[in-house]
Structure formats: structure tokens, C-alpha cells
Design a protein around this ligand. Structure first.
Ligand SMILES: [Fe+2]
Length: 436
């Protein structure tokens, strides 16, 4: 009898160890003839339905933001459906996961990530400036705006421990940045770039830059490629709008990346679709910074990056088909059934409002003002969607553009010329071949 008890005890101990301490899984290698698929979902700004209501106050709030705040959950539902069907290997979220960092929003967003992970996709997140220490964590009740709990840095790490932090092979002591190695030859350096939460600016201090270089050295020793994911932009994506979008000390950050042989950066924050690159005059190395546009902002898309050790990188954007999703799921919401028109109108109303205001005080006839406004809002649509090519250039033939050209120096002229003078490109696609 005593022996039976001892044997049962040993079995119980073995069972306990097996459950709590599973053997370390072998880190896979991406072979030369293989490729992996990464999705980039930027700035989803998720807002729980628990924090909203049908009220005048909430409606007024919607009029002040650039994003479809009341559909953030639905847009994520569509991305989640796509992930289930197309099975990317990895999904990265470069920050601004939630609307104003409310605890409820984070908790519900985490539940969504849990579902994605359960479908076999690895998920990595970094915080954006909205996500932490945000005293403007709002909710709407009884036709009033109220404040709700926000999360601290420690709480953020705790909530998202299964989406990078627990798997990190190295963590920066000065920020919430970390390094993960999902493949022996492809690592992800997830950078926490906010200078002072929840202010919008970005910065990486000297100690963090040293840590980045040490990660780069490790990667060189192990012949691994590093992809950087960060909320703020590494490079200026606009000549007009860059302050508080590009990391303040980007020259030092670029140098640390060159030193670490990093060539691919995935960022968000600016909410427009744009790709820029910089090449070292000394070594000839090039770094690409792909800013994927925010999911709840027109044109409502996310990024897909294919990496192959032999062929290089191929990036493209995937636009959500909301109308089709609404039809398939028998949704009755008219805004969703005619989403393309609704989203365009929301964009023009909310994002072109300040332009309309500037145009309204110009010394022009009402007809001329309408023509100018048409040109500016059409250009804005193309610009936010990443088109700096003929799709944007063809609007130079409009009467509105000719009027803008003939104006004295003003904000509208500077804004329009800034769009036109940007690098001619379609920022929705990029292929970077490797010379092997
Ligand atoms: Fe954002």
C-alpha cells in the first residue's frame, strides 16, 4: 500500500512538472525557400461599447476625432476574421492599441489578442502614447463625458505579458522595449518610443540606444535579421507634419540602427499611409520606415509584410471590405452597408474641416471656394491613402488647383504644394529584394 502511495506521489509530481514547466520549444528557422507573413495593425484605438452611448455628447466627441471611434470593435472583428482565414505567422501592433488608454479598453483588447493567439498566430505589441498614464481616459454616460481608470506602465506589461513581454529574450531597463526571437534568423525589436506618457512626442534615450546596439550585435553573431516595430516614426513622413510624429532624436536612432544592420522599421502614429527611406552616405545601407495608416482612419487598411531570406521583403496594404462583411453577417446598420461612401464622407467632414475653415475666409467667390475645397479634399483622400503618384498628380488639372497656385502665400497653398512636392510613389506597395 505504501509503495502504491509513493508511486502515485511520484506520478503526481511528474504531472505537475510537465504542466508547469513544459520543455522549451525549439525556435524554428526560416529556410531560404520559405517565407513568413506578418500583419501590421496600426493605431486601432479600440474603444469598448461599455464606454460609449447614443447621446449628443458622444456625437459631438465623434466630430472632434479623425477616426471612426464608434466602429473600432467592428473593424477589428474584420481583421480578426481575415487572420483566421489567411493565417499570418505574426501580427504586430505598433501602439495606440486603445482609445485614451482606459483600463476597460485594454482588458477587452487583450481578450481579442487572446483569440488571435489561439488561432496559431504570434502576437506582439508595443504601447503608443495614448495607451499609458492617460488621465483623459474618457467614457460617456448620461449625456456627459466622464473619466475612467487608465493603466500604468506596470499594468500595461501585466495585461500584455502574453504578447511579447513573457517571451522577450531581452528587455530594456529604461523603457517597455523588448526583443523577441520567434525564428532563429528573424527577430523583432519592439520599441517603446513615447518620451513622456501620454504626450505625443517620441524619443529614445542613450541607454536604450546602447541596448539596441547590443541587440544588433547579438543578431549579427547569430546571423539573424531584425525587424523594428515602433509607435513613432523613424523618418519624417511629411514636410509639414513631423514634429511629435518622428522621434525627436532620429539622427541618433538612425545611427544605432545602421550600426545594428537594421533595414526594416514598421511604425504608426501619424495615421497616414507612407513609406520613406534613408541611405547612409558612408556605408550605402538603407533603412525603410513603413508607416501603416491607422485602422479606424480612412481608407481603413492594415499592412502585410512577407519576409523571405532569399527574396527579401514585400509589403502591401489590405483594405477592409466592410460592406461585404456587413452583408455576410446580416448587419442592418446603413453606415456599414454603404461603408465606402460613409467612410469617405466622415473623412471629408472630420479631416478637411480645418481646410474648409481656412478657405471660407479667403478673398474668393463662393464658386471659387467650392472648387478649391473640392481639390483640397480630393487630394487629402489620396494623400492619406498613400498615393503620391499619378492618382494625386491628376488633380493638378482641376480648376481648384489653378486657383490655389494663383493665391498669395497661405496655409492652403503650402499644404497642397507639400503634398504635390512629396516623393512620387504609391506608398501601399514596396519590394526590397536581397542580393544573395
Ligand atoms: Fe494614434
Amino acid at each position: 500500500m505504501k509503495n502504491v502511495i509513493i508511486i502515485l506521489g511520484v506520478i503526481a509530481i511528474i504531472f505537475f512538472i510537465a504542466i508547469n514547466y513544459p520543455p522549451p520549444q525549439e525556435v524554428p528557422m526560416i529556410n531560404l525557400d520559405e517565407s513568413i507573413k506578418i500583419y501590421i495593425v496600426a493605431d486601432p484605438h479600440y474603444m469598448s461599447e461599455k464606454l460609449t452611448e447614443e447621446s449628443e455628447t458622444f456625437k459631438n466627441y465623434l466630430g472632434t476625432v479623425d477616426r471612426l471611434m464608434h466602429y473600432t470593435g467592428l473593424l477589428l472583428d474584420i481583421v480578426e476574421k481575415d487572420i483566421k482565414e489567411n493565417k499570418p505567422d505574426i501580427v504586430v501592433f505598433p501602439g495606440d492599441l486603445t482609445n485614451n488608454g482606459s483600463k476597460v479598453n485594454h482588458q477587452e483588447f487583450e481578450k481579442r489578442l487572446r483569440k488571435i493567439k489561439a488561432s496559431g498566430t504570434k502576437v506582439y505589441v508595443v504601447p503608443g502614447n495614448h495607451d499609458i498614464g492617460n488621465e483623459k481616459a474618457l467614457y460617456f454616460k448620461d449625456n456627459e463625458v466622464k473619466l475612467t481608470d487608465y493603466v500604468t506602465k506596470d499594468e500595461f506589461v501585466k495585461i500584455y505579458q502574453d504578447y511579447g513581454y513573457k517571451d522577450a529574450v531581452s528587455r530594456d531597463e529604461n523603457s517597455l522595449s523588448y526583443l523577441v526571437k520567434p525564428y532563429q534568423n528573424l527577430w523583432f525589436l519592439m520599441l517603446d518610443t513615447t518620451k513622456e506618457y501620454p504626450k505625443p512626442g517620441g524619443y529614445l534615450n542613450r541607454d536604450t540606444l546602447d541596448w539596441i546596439v547590443s541587440c544588433g550585435e547579438m543578431a549579427k553573431e547569430e546571423n539573424a535579421e531584425i525587424i523594428v516595430v515602433m509607435h513613432h516614426n523613424l523618418l519624417d513622413h511629411s514636410d509639414i507634419v513631423w514634429e511629435d510624429y518622428t522621434v525627436d532624436n532620429n539622427t541618433s536612432v538612425i545611427n544605432a540602427f545602421f550600426e545594428s544592420d537594421i533595414q526594416m522599421v514598421l511604425s504608426g502614429h501619424i495615421h497616414i499611409q507612407d513609406i520613406k527611406s534613408t541611405t547612409s552616405s558612408v556605408t550605402g545601407q538603407t533603412i525603410y520606415d513603413i508607416a501603416t495608416s491607422s485602422l479606424p482612419v480612412f481608407p481603413h487598411q492594415y499592412g502585410q509584410l512577407i519576409y523571405s531570406p532569399s527574396k527579401g521583403y514585400t509589403y502591401e496594404t489590405i483594405k477592409l471590405d466592410v460592406e461585404n462583411y456587413a452583408l455576410e453577417n446580416n448587419l442592418r446598420d446603413e453606415n456599414l452597408l454603404s461603408f465606402d461612401t460613409y467612410a469617405e464622407e466622415f473623412f471629408i467632414e472630420n479631416l478637411c474641416r480645418k481646410h474648409r475653415k481656412s478657405i471660407s475666409v479667403m478673398d474668393l467667390t463662393p464658386e471659387e471656394k467650392e472648387k478649391v475645397y473640392y481639390t483640397v479634399s480630393e487630394m487629402n483622400k489620396k494623400y492619406f491613402s498613400g498615393y503620391r503618384n499619378e492618382e494625386l498628380q491628376e488633380l493638378m488639372d482641376t480648376e481648384g488647383f489653378k486657383i490655389i497656385q494663383s493665391l498669395d502665400e497661405c496655409f492652403i497653398q503650402e499644404y497642397v504644394m507639400g503634398m504635390i512636392e512629396d516623393e512620387i510613389a504609391n506608398n501601399n506597395i514596396l519590394h526590397i529584394p536581397f542580393d544573395n
